[in-house]
Design a protein around this ligand. Sequence first.
Ligand SMILES: NC(=O)c1ccc[n+]([C@@H]2O[C@H](COP(=O)([O-])OP(=O)(O)OC[C@H]3O[C@@H](n4cnc5c(N)ncnc54)[C@H](OP(=O)(O)O)[C@@H]3O)[C@@H](O)[C@H]2O)c1
Length: 255
Amino acid sequence: MSSKIALVTGASSGIGKATAEVLARRGYKLILVGRRLAKLRQLCEALGTQETCLPLQCDFFEIDRIAAALQSIPAELQQVDVLINNAGNALGFDTAQQSDWQDWERMINLNCTALARVTHYFLPGMVARNSGHIVNLGSVAAVYPYKSGNVYGASKAFVAMFSRNLKVDLLGTAVRVTNIEPGMVSDTEFTDVRVQGDAAKVEAIKGGVNALRAVDIANTIDWVLQQPAHVNINRVELMPVAQAAAGLAYHRVNT
Ligand SMILES: NC(=O)c1ccc[n+]([C@@H]2O[C@H](COP(=O)([O-])OP(=O)(O)OC[C@H]3O[C@@H](n4cnc5c(N)ncnc54)[C@H](OP(=O)(O)O)[C@@H]3O)[C@@H](O)[C@H]2O)c1
């Protein structure tokens, strides 16, 4: 059992929630971050006592408020050992030329800027203590383009390269960095959020696909964290068996 401290962003649903559950079973003290405080409180109650689980409300769209929220964490929980940078969403499912600018701006804020802000806050402490593990939630969308992936895929490419660059800067320390790159995960709110709850669109995107489950990603994170201290899993790409990168597209003129 661990007595370490883990902070999970986006723990109110989906992959973050499943990861919090796995880490709680491992004995981590948890700080669970998100906007929906009631859901975080509910999860903390289900997982442990007040001393071992702290719900922390923070809206990552408001970048300038993130540091203050993190500073409000009590001193005894400030020395985070494991940072799970999971909060993220795709917003909108339109081609680039039809997209809403606000969706793009919010994806960049949430998936890139907020992730960098949280990392920047905890990184010096990890280096000073010469221990720690940062696990980022990237996506196959960073590597394989798809129609209407536009800024979401680009934001996850940021996460992939940020992870690799962190690894270089941390060389010579014991701090580890991993980028988890899942394909389609079905039992999260991701697609509902993306299409604002439009059931027909949700069905069109993921209906009939035997996709990954949030717990599959949580178990992968658990495996990454369980590796011996000298092992750094740089990246893990995982997909459902029922998904593949299907190659190039063509527009053909009538001849
Ligand atoms: N589902 C997939 O197919 C898939 C595939 C590859 C990668 N991923 C990545 O996995 C991660 C988790 O996604 P998921 O599938 O578990 O989706 P999800 O169920 O929608 O979870 C997203 C989490 O992010 C939090 N969040 C969203 N906006 C936020 C904000 N402004 N401030 C703070 N927290 C915010 C949400 O909490 P609140 O709403 O309470 O704030 C929620 O807990 C994301 O980074 C996503 O890009 C997902």
